[in-house]
Design a protein around this ligand. Structure first.
Ligand code: IPM
Ligand code: MN
Length: 351
């Protein structure tokens, strides 16, 4: 297969972890006879510094004319501590999601047998956890009207959803549930929020189209609690943008390190693949960041092209690195810690 992949390394540790995922993907391409053309483009603080905006038109053109986007991380402390900053790196990510029509964010949480004791949760609670959040990504409070009034003394962010936006996300949830254990949880706050009532009503009306799927409806606060009590009781969860943002961070530490979980953003025919973690500015340039989440995002990318064997070879190589203790310091636990590059090289060689 001939693939054109836009590669947006972004900020902080982004470039370091992306380099490893590119190396791994090239090894896969060689092994399975694919041809990948990498198309680098600027985003985030790096793009603000270079051209004054976090998702320049030129970057969009590169993404929109590629088959997929491989994304590193975005964000810089220089902007976090300045609430008055007019342009922020994160705006680039939001603009990109919207312009590429990426309304469904797929965020899995699974455990690795060799890491069960590295999780902050007890082994018996997390064993067998294998769940997927489908987070709505281009609507809700992130994209509603926002602003100030009363001379800046009052601020507002509106949360808006249309039935069509809920439906298209829920379709993906039902379809995913059909390929797994046929259990779907709709996470909302329907006891308080009108948008949540629209979510619930819409999903309830769709149940008849998927008679084999058992749907549960749970409030977001209860899910936050049950996620750390019995994560293995969940399978596919669908939710709105902000709830999904928060719950997927919570879920990402279950496996033992935030540096392990990949994600995909889908919607149009161009998918975006990125690690769940952020730009980890303190680690920039130190060769200590865990590249596995980005490498596993590349696995999701191949799988999304229907190249399942390619994805599996990457996952198996990551698993053997974990089994053999070829890990960065977040997982070393007093043992030997390898560098970002060394972990990337080891996985590449094993492919
Ligand atoms: C994420 C991030 C982004 C979000 C930020 C960087 C805008 O936290 O992808 O989860 O809130 O969606
Ligand atoms: Mn987030």
């Amino acid at each position: 297969m001939k693939l054109k992949i836009a590669v947006l390394a972004g900020d902080g540790i982004g470039p370091e972890v992306i380099d490893q995922a590119v190396k791994v993907s090239d090894a896969i391409a060689k092994k399975f006879n694919h041809e990948i053309t990498w198309r680098p483009a600027l985003t985030g603080a790096a793009a603000i510094d270079a051209v004054g905006e976090p998702y320049p038109d030129e970057t969009h053109e590169i993404c929109a004319s590629s088959d997929a986007v491989l994304f590193g991380a975005i964000g810089h402390p220089r902007f976090d501590n300045d609430p008055s900053a007019k342009v922020r790196p994160e705006q680039g990510l939001l603009k990109m999601r919207k312009k590429l029509g990426l309304f469904a964010n797929v965020r899995p949480t699974f455990t690795f047998p060799s890491l069960l004791d590295k999780s902050p949760l007890k082994r018996e609670r997390i064993e067998g956890t294998d769940l997927v959040f489908l987070r709505e990504l281009t609507g809700g409070i992130y994209f509603g009207e926002k602003g100030r009034r009363d001379e800046g003394e009052t601020a507002f962010d509106n949360c808006v959803y249309t039935r069509a936006e809920v439906q298209r996300l829920a379709v993906k949830g039902f379809e995913l549930a059909m390929t797994r254990s046929k259990k779907l949880c709709c996470v909302d706050k329907a006891n308080v929020l009108e948008t949540s009532r629209l979510w619930r009503e819409t999903v309830q009306a769709m149940e008849k189209d998927y008679p084999e799927v058992t749907v549960s409806y749970e409030f977001v606060d209860a899910v936050a609690m049950r996620l750390v009590q019995w994560p293995n009781s969940y399978d596919v969860l669908i939710t709105e943008n902000l709830f999904g943002d928060i719950l997927t961070d919570e879920a990402s530490v279950i496996s033992g390190s935030m540096g392990l979980m990949p994600s995909a953003s889908l919607g149009s025919n161009i998918g975006l693949f990125e690690p769940i973690h952020g730009s980890y500015p303190q680690a920039t340039g130190l060769n200590i960041a865990n590249p596995m989440a980005t490498i596993l995002s590349a696995a999701m990318m191949f799988e999304n092209f229907g190249l399942l064997e390619e994805g599996k070879v990457i996952r198996d190589a990551v698993n053997s690195a974990l089994d053999k203790g070829i890990v960065t310091e977040d997982l070393a636990d007093g043992g030997k810690a390898y560098g970002t590059i060394e972990v990337g090289n080891w996985i590449t060689e094993n492919i």
